[in-house]
Design a protein around this ligand. Sequence first.
Ligand SMILES: [Fe+2]
Ligand SMILES: [Fe+2]
Length: 181
Amino acid sequence: MNTNEKQICAESESCREMDKKTREEIVHQLRRAYCDEWLAYMQYRTAATVIKGMMRPEVAADLLENADEEMEHARMLADRIQELCGEIPLSPQQILENCNCAFVAPTDPCAYRIICQSIASERCAIAVYRKMLTMVGDRDPVTAHLILEILEDEVEHEYEFRQFKEDIEATRDAMTAQCDK
Ligand SMILES: [Fe+2]
Ligand SMILES: [Fe+2]
């Protein structure tokens, strides 16, 4: 951080309002979530490219849409990190070293498998944001509001993937069912 940035930081409303220890704890959690969002973006973009099988166009479109939302989450988190005078991870290596949720490579392109992996990824994100919300509590209402906003999207993503899973299972069951006559 250069002298000018330090000056801006010292004058920032968010920095002055919060004690240093609280601010650093919150920035630490925001940075980790920021890394998760980048990995989720990459996971869904990659999965959308390689996916095969039942409901491929619908699931691929949803993966791409969700990837864009994960990137928007990363942008929102980056803004808050900087408002709190923190620094965002600057390299893929730092992102991999600081994430909460593992990157799951879509080595099996089967749509059903990709959906199951995506559900697990969304559940990891939901657990992280719920924990963060408890940690932040009323110590920083602005960050709490941001986390809640992102959490809402993650819950919706998990629900959408779960619906695809149910649809595929229902179709599979119908295809193996025997006709009465
Ligand atoms: Fe996200
Ligand atoms: Fe998500």
